[in-house]
Design a binder for this molecule. Sequence first.
Ligand code: AMP
Ligand code: ZN
Ligand code: FE
Ligand code: FE
Length: 298
Amino acid sequence: MPQCTTEGESPTGRANPVDLHTHSAVSDGTLAPAELVREAHRRGLRVLGLTDHDTVAGLPEASAEAARLGLALIPGVELSTDLGPHEVHLLGYFVDGASPDLIAALATLARQRQERVERIVARLRAAGAPVDLDRVREIAGAGTIGRPHIARALIERGCVASVSEAFDRFLAVGRPGFVPRQKVPPEAAVTLIRRAAGVPVLAHPLTTGDVEGVLHRLRAVGLAGMEVYYGEYDDATRTRLRAVADRWGLIPTGGSDFHGPGFKHGRDLGGPPVPWETVTRLRAAATPSPSVAMPGPG
Ligand code: AMP
Ligand code: ZN
Ligand code: FE
Ligand code: FE
């Protein structure tokens, strides 16, 4: 059967010790939270941020496994928001997964996602690509459901050969299965992360359309950092973004955006060189001070 991944990088490549942007099967990654932590440990990582899309459901399992292996797990989340035609993703570090505000907001997002998937599946049927809603739900499991799970169902049905083909032909903006998400303004995500004791960070800033404009809006409501050492960015881009972060007084963060082995070029676990200073600064920015113990840089 065709795989929904592109050719991956060698998992034996040397990993950097800090990776602050990863996804597990609780959203659209392929490894269970504990498996992800074991993979990070196997590669020699010392600090791992788990940032599943719109859910904190994987954090207890990941934290328990990290504690067992002696790896520091930074509890995180990645929230999808919208600014005109662009998606703006916000990472929250050291979030309190028990925050009632956060739990309520994530429950609303989950309900909206379910409804959206139902509408997409109906559109696909009408377009001659009949995927089964129950099968999509099964593929998603208990966590955040979304288009990547529909893409996998389309592959199973033999409608497409890969996830990218599923997006290109059916799921992307302007394609027959596209249904827009309920729009959430980025300010709402920053505020929510703050209220859940988290440190808000702008993810992969170059997909936002207007980096300076977004920083201007979000700095005003408490944005504390932005991704610089992102998996898919080259050295020149990282250098340029580091200067932007410094100019705005933002913590330069980073991570691979790993979704499982062989997911996408550049997104290998431990790929980007995230400086140790990032972990220290994130921890210092969290209020109240996090209970997670952090290793020293040595
Ligand atoms: P959703 O949250 O349901 O809108 O799906 C968004 C997710 O789909 C993103 O987080 C990506 O992981 C994935 N995605 C978006 N566009 C593409 C694409 N062109 N090819 C493969 N995956 C994509
Ligand atoms: Zn994802
Ligand atoms: Fe993202
Ligand atoms: Fe991500």
